[in-house]
Design a protein around this ligand. Structure first.
Ligand code: AMP
Length: 112
């Protein structure tokens, strides 16, 4: 997708600190971390919103959650982590390419 910053990261056109990549997803460090560990898990297929899930993408997302759970210990997240998907502008979604925030590496507070 033209002019999508995450598509450019996936294509290697913009540098990122990648910590994991396979055929379906890439995981890289958030450039403005909100926790000691703040990663972004991004599907290689461009779609903007969680609200665009069809059955195929829902199955894909289930696989992605399973992968994150399996990878967590190798990402320094053995003690726990928080997953966040911002859906839409009022939730603060600034990049219109679906992504899962992975937060951890410390005890997290809970604020809206
Ligand atoms: P959201 O607000 O949910 O759309 O999250 C977008 C996230 O992308 C923010 O936490 C940004 O800090 C992060 N971000 C934006 N540009 C980059 C980049 N070039 N590399 C890494 N993270 C980025």
């Amino acid at each position: 997708m033209e002019n999508c910053i995450f598509c450019k990261i996936i294509a290697g056109e913009i540098p990122s600190a990648k910590v994991y990549e396979d055929g379906e997803i890439v995981i890289f460090k958030d450039i403005a971390p909100l926790a000691k560990i703040h990663l972004l898990c991004v599907p290689k297929e461009h779609f903007a919103y969680l609200s665009e899930l069809d059955d195929g993408r829902a199955a894909f997302l289930g696989r992605v959650l399973k992968k994150i759970a399996a990878l967590a210990p190798t990402l320094g997240l053995a003690d726990g982590y928080r997953l966040v998907i911002n859906q839409g502008e009022s939730a603060g979604q600034s990049v219109k390419h679906l992504h899962i925030h992975i937060l951890g590496g410390e005890t997290l507070s809970w604020e809206k």
